[in-house]
Ligand binder design. Structure first.
Ligand code: ATP
Length: 190
């Protein structure tokens, strides 16, 4: 049975663009809901989890990513998906920064470590990298545009004819995903 967990992550205000111009933090939270501070009787927006602004990417990965990655190595399909408006923190969460690795780094390290331990099985690890923009699917590895998406008889969603690169170490994945101006596209790991 498919399981989905939806969490909202509250990010700190950004010094250079938000604190400097006097932006305020309007949200209070509990462990599963967020509320507007400035609205009396604000209705709660409820999620499976609220990730507080003090939590770093490693905490987020350990709570939300690790089980999905461990499951994937055992053959269970899994997706980690960051969704949100511009500047909400998708790239920070998935890719990270020079000072803080993102979920993709933690996931890749775990995948390659788990695969090395599973000596009784053989693994082929490949990367596809697609962007959905204005309802169109683009291939960020090959440059192909307007790819088609189809569901197969197993109920799996596939992007048709998208490029694939074989990878044999975690660093290959980050290099392929960040060379050129691709850094801005990152929001999901499937
Ligand atoms: N949890 C966090 N802690 C500290 N800074 C964060 C956090 N999340 C995001 N930021 C900062 O907020 C800013 C916007 O984040 P980010 O670039 O990740 O947004 P995005 O959702 O990927 O935006 P876009 O859709 O425009 O690409 C960046 O300066 C980033 O460093």
């Amino acid at each position: 049975m498919a399981q989905q967990i939806v969490a909202v992550r509250i990010r700190p205000l950004v010094e250079s663009s938000e604190i400097k111009v006097g932006a305020q933090d309007y949200w209070d939270s509990s462990s599963t809901a967020i509320f507007r501070k400035d609205v009396s009787d604000s209705l709660p927006f409820v999620f499976d989890h609220v990730i507080g602004k003090e939590e770093i990417n490693r905490d987020v990965y350990n709570v939300f990513g690790k089980d999905i990655v461990t499951g994937a190595v055992k053959g269970i399909n899994g997706t980690i998906f960051a969704y949100g408006q511009t500047s909400s923190g998708k790239t920070h969460t998935m890719l990270g920064s020079d000072t803080e690795p993102g979920l993709i780094s933690y996931a890749m390290n775990d995948i390659f470590s788990l695969v090395q331990l599973a000596t009784e099985r053989c693994f082929l690890i490949s990367l596809s990298y697609n962007e959905i923009y204005n309802e169109e699917v683009h291939d960020l590895l090959t440059g192909a545009t307007n790819l088609k998406i189809r569901e197969n008889e197993m109920g799996e969603i596939r992007v048709l004819e998208c490029g694939q690169e074989l990878v044999d170490k975690p660093e290959d994945v980050l290099r392929l995903m960040t060379e050129g101006d691709k850094r801005r596209h990152i929001g999901a790991l499937i």
